[in-house]
Write a protein that binds this ligand. Sequence first.
Ligand code: AMP
Length: 209
Amino acid sequence: MKMVLLGPPGAGKGTQAERLSKHLDVPTISTGAIIRNEIKEKTQLGVEAHKYISEGKLVPDSLVISMVKERLSKPDCSKGFILDGFPRTIEQAQTLDSMTDITKVLCIKVKDEEILNRLSGRRECKVCRASYHIMYNKPAKEGICDKCGGELICREDDTVETIKNRIAVYHEQTEPIIQYYASQGKLAVVEGRDDVEDTTKAVFEALDI
Ligand code: AMP
């Protein structure tokens, strides 16, 4: 299964991607996570991308596309993958189509007014990048990752001003992709619920798995 997960920031793409990845035994490719890692490692790409990510803007297509091309060429992607956060522009979607044949696209819908609430409560593991929420997806021990014991932190781009920019960017540049995939007959849509388990149930049902 070669899947794309679409949806606004805070829809729960990362969490659902993790669960699907385990179930389908294919890797998750999160462009946001790759970029944050490049920033942490202070690579040239990381330095370049940092100014965009910190303002809630999209990193230029050329940088992201070459990053994804390289990742998809790795052997672990041969039997499938789940793309989380890519494509985010029509140009990225068209380039992806020229690289591979996407099986299914799932869009998780969440209203704008809910996004702010969700993202301001989001926490991420500093070590393994697992995603939590202080209300809806709590770790067993506050501030500590269930999976690896790492410290949970607030992402740099989860501030109110940056979140507002990311929502605007989503409507302008990413939303047109929904229609792009709908016209290919590959799109399934689910409502993102507050409870993570409810969303997972809806996602698995929509995908017939
Ligand atoms: P995410 O973790 O998916 O919310 O992504 C965080 C940030 O990384 C975004 O706000 C963008 O600045 C950048 N980013 C991630 N994926 C892409 C992409 N496909 N195209 C451009 N920028 C991206």
